[in-house]
Design a protein around this ligand. Sequence first.
Ligand SMILES: [Zn+2]
Length: 194
Amino acid sequence: MIARTHDLAAITGLIIVVVAISPSQQLHLATILVAVLANQIGGIAPDIDQPTAPFWRNLPIGGLFGRMIGRMLGGHRFLTHSLIGLALMGFLVNLLLVFLQPIMPNVQIEYVWWAFMIGMVSHLVMDSFTKEGVPWLLPIPVKFGFPPLKRMRITTGKNLEKFVVLPLVGLVLVVVSVTYYSDLVDLFRRHVVG
Ligand SMILES: [Zn+2]
């Protein structure tokens, strides 16, 4: 899937989880902002194994780094596209957040962590709809996809993704946001400034 689809899927996933669990705790505005950022990073993070990922494209020598990291991670759609990779990234991101906590004291890092993880899971779910599939159960070297029949799945970056899948994800985002509008407004109304 292309980055734009992943971005949209990540925020849609986040909003679905938020309205499903409707956190009763007061959130700092800083938490909400950092969580949304973390969610978007999580949404494209698995593609750090891809030299051409937007993640690397925007860095000056990103192409070179991207190729090196990609090779270390076993090539595209390998470690970072599996449950083990998900657990590993979750562990590392938790370490990073704990490390960063002193410079962002008002940010409730457990929410940021969840937002990141939701972004990452949404990435793997979306990639599962593509022809390549996702090696969910590494080290078992089988790539899973939905529907199970490969030729019924999507080719990344083709018109079906751009003009059907992307708008569909957008539609889900709009429908959920409109349906739970008051819950979402309430979440912002209850936030603490800082
Ligand atoms: Zn991917």
